[in-house]
Design a protein around this ligand. Structure first.
Ligand code: SAM
Length: 251
């Protein structure tokens, strides 16, 4: 049977690679590398660096063209479902053509495969479509862990929960009853749209890379600075990935 190794590669620094991830990479006959256009060119470069540095045996690489997602509009789930179906069909074709029976293919997943990443859902779809596949998941260091480490903070207050959500959800307001909220996938700076009273923010962009930026403080005092710095960095690099923790300030 063909086997997929779904490997968490960390959030931007090749040193995030775990020993387990390195061992898994060295079992791969084929490494599938996604190509998602300009924003992701830098991310592809990091994946290539990881392969060159850690793989100590012959391997092949196969580029995976990622289809464009339609604008989400009001039917977010429908649009994502359609997009995943097209990605799964593409993967099914590539796994059939490029992986021989008994070979191992590696998919290098940014951060950790369990957190805001659809690779596992897409592999399930490929299997549901009839292609016999085994698969293994190797956890990685997520951007959320790197954010906490770089700001030198724990994510939760003692005995309290954390909510991890998206900018899209935060735009509706700071979630009621929550103390600490981690926000990912925020292309609209939702932190600047919510009432800032009693909130502090720990923000990080390009975490783990040479371009890393960290800003922390009372939301009312630093929101404008983050918006300005974020816009400048995005202009300079042509893309940005940022994550932040918002939490209620303690009296
Ligand atoms: C599709 S999700 C992937 C998350 C990934 N699986 C993880 O474990 O971090 C992409 C989002 O993760 C966050 N992210 C990933 N890498 C980051 C980095 N190096 N610096 C800041 N945020 C990052 C951003 O919020 C970005 O919008």
């Amino acid at each position: 049977m063909r086997k997929l190794l779904i490997i968490g590669i960390g959030a931007g620094d090749p040193d995030h690679m775990t020993v387990q991830a390195i061992k898994a990479l060295n079992r791969a006959d084929v490494v599938f590398l996604p190509d998602k256009g300009q924003e992701k060119a830098a991310l592809r470069h990091l994946r290539e660096q990881i392969c060159a540095r850690f793989i100590e045996k012959p391997y092949r690489t196969v580029t995976v063209e990622t289809p464009q997602r339609a604008e989400a509009g009001s039917d977010y789930r429908g649009v994502v479902d359609d997009w995943h179906a097209r990605i799964a069909a593409n993967y099914a074709r590539l796994f059939t053509a490029e992986l021989a029976e008994g070979e191992h293919g590696a998919l290098l997943v940014w951060g950790d495969p369990a957190l805001y990443d659809s690779t596992l859902r897409i592999v399930e779809r490929v299997r549901a479509g009839g292609l016999a596949l085994d698969w293994e998941v190797i956890p990685g260091i997520s951007s959320v862990q790197v954010l906490a480490a770089r700001h030198r903070i724990p994510l939760n207050r003692i005995g309290e929960p954390i909510l991890i959500t998206t900018g899209r959800k935060l735009a509706a307001g700071f979630p009621a009853g929550q103390d600490s909220v981690v926000v990912m996938l925020d292309g609209e700076q939702a932190f600047a749209q919510i009432a800032p009273e009693d909130l502090e923010i720990f923000w990080g962009a390009y975490l783990g890379t040479a371009d890393e930026i960290l800003i922390a403080g009372r939301l009312s005092e630093v929101a404008g600075e983050i918006e300005r710095v974020r816009a400048q960095a995005r202009e300079k690099h042509g893309w940005i990935m940022d994550t932040y923790l918002l939490r209620r300030m303690q009296a």
